[in-house]
Design a protein around this ligand. Structure first.
Ligand SMILES: Cc1cc2nc3c(=O)[nH]c(=O)nc-3n(C[C@H](O)[C@H](O)[C@H](O)COP(=O)(O)O)c2cc1C
Length: 418
């Protein structure tokens, strides 16, 4: 993405506002010129009729295009100052001349509008990580189940020989018997990030007409709606069956100490809570044999089998991990891999939470761990990540016991579990 594309991502130019701002219209294109960095640089922005945006930055010292601006290999203090000043200049134009739109492509925005008109629902954005923040989920009003997910991805995730260009796609549930025929059409692919057995990805780049996309959205809506009047009794009441899985193996574990407070809060809120610690457990690595997808059981007989059963039957899962190398602990990842038998099972869990602890107190410390867990959750289409609690600046064994604020926060988090 160019600097200009980034500045105007999810924005659409409004011609009247552009003219009022000072853009000139010639040969169907809008053009605006101005200076920045106290007049050391001049910039020109052109917006074509189709909305293509191009920019040019001239260094007034030599009246030449300032090329370092667009090269990642130039990262000196001066070039970064010029970049920041140019981005600020573009930002002002965006604020005055554009309106915000939900998704990158026009077709994605039209489909979002049609979904709102047809089903009366808008999208929500459940991911916290910056690269997924714009992914919009469309859910049924009555049971929160997803029926569509719009994402902006690189084409190479859909096609082995696809390029690195970004494209908006919509993930939709489809009749498994129709999936192979559907994916023969241009613009329809096996699902990215969802079960390929039940879901497809459709590019929102005009390969299919809006009507064709909406027909698939309607199918997805019908296939995902809850036809059973019978609902889990526990879900109708406020009480949930909560399983907390702690993964630190050390004595006086900080994450265990905080998990205890979370559990106390959850119990006080009326939930039925069970805690499984991975301390002393034997959990071998997944060997990738896929036998579990046929038998729903793992061939390896160790402690993961019992934990899988407990996870399957819980309504709510809470994973507790120390941060190791800016990721979840290896023992937690090994456990998640071994939960592969649940993938094809009638699992009960719908809500997943995470509690993590690290020495580093930067806000970004748990991002990769949360991301990793999100990857796992994404494969369980009925479940979603409902919250993540991170405590930084806690390192020495047992240190968490002296952190009253953290203990209270963990308790309140447990109390608020759904
Ligand atoms: C192998 C290993 C890797 C670690 N990596 C990180 C890290 O990347 N960032 C960080 O802030 N802390 C890191 N830590 C520190 C732990 O996250 C920290 O001590 C935490 O309080 C441990 O929680 P626990 O007592 O529940 O095991 C690491 C600790 C270990 C043992």
């Amino acid at each position: 993405m160019s600097i200009e594309e980034k500045a105007f991502n999810r924005k659409r130019f409004v011609p009247d506002s552009m003219l009022a701002f000072g853009f000139e219209k010639t040969d169907g294109a809008f053009r605006y010129e101005g200076d920045f960095m106290n007049g050391d640089f001049s910039a020109a922005l052109t917006v074509s009729e189709k909305g293509e945006i191009t920019g040019s930055v001239i260094d007034k010292m030599n009246c030449e295009e300032y090329r370092p601006l667009r090269s990642d290999s130039f990262q000196g203090a001066y070039v970064n100052t010029v970049r920041a000043a140019y981005e600020e200049w573009l930002g002002k134009i965006a604020a005055e001349c554009c309106k915000d739109v939900l998704f990158s492509s026009d077709q994605a925005n039209r489909i979002a509008e049609r979904i709102a008109e047809t089903f009366g629902v808008g999208s929500d954005y459940p991911w916290e990580q910056s690269q997924y923040q714009s992914y919009g989920v469309f859910r049924h009003g009555d049971n929160s189940k997803w029926f569509a997910l719009i994402m902006n991805v690189k084409r190479q995730v859909l096609l082995k020989n696809g390029d690195g260009d970004a494209v908006d796609i919509i993930n939709l549930k489809a009749d498994p018997e129709r999936i192979s025929a559907l994916t023969e059409q241009a613009g329809v692919y096996p699902a990215y990030h969802m079960s390929r057995k039940y879901w497809i990805s459709v590019t929102l780049d005009g390969s299919l007409t809006d009507e064709e996309v909406m027909a698939l959205v309607k199918d997805s809506f019908n296939l995902t709606k809850n036809n059973k009047a019978k609902k889990n009794k526990r879900r109708n009441t406020k009480m949930s069956k909560v399983l907390v899985v702690t993964s630190s193996l050390r004595a006086k574990s900080n994450s265990d100490i905080l998990a205890e407070r979370l559990i106390a809060g959850a119990k006080d809120a009326g939930h039925e809570v069970e805690c499984v610690s991975l301390k002393g457990k034997t959990i071998k690595f997944c060997i990738g044999c896929f036998a579990c997808q046929k038998t729903k059981k793992c061939l390896q007989k160790d402690d993961a089998v019992e934990i899988a059963e407990k996870m399957k039957n819980a309504d709510t899962l809470v994973f507790v991990t120390p941060i190791y190398y800016y990721e979840m602990s290896g023992q937690m990842k090994t456990l998640l891999d071994r939960m592969n038998p649940l993938y094809s099972s009638d699992y009960s869990f719908r809500k997943v939470y995470m509690l993590s602890v690290a020495a580093d107190d930067a806000k970004t410390t748990p991002e990769k761990a949360v991301n990793g867990l999100q990857g796992w959750i994404d494969c369980f289409e009925k479940a979603r990540l409902c919250g993540s609690l991170f405590f930084g600046g806690i390192d020495g064994a047992g240190e968490a016991a002296n952190r009253k604020e953290a203990l209270d926060e963990a308790y309140e988090f447990g109390k608020a579990l759904a």
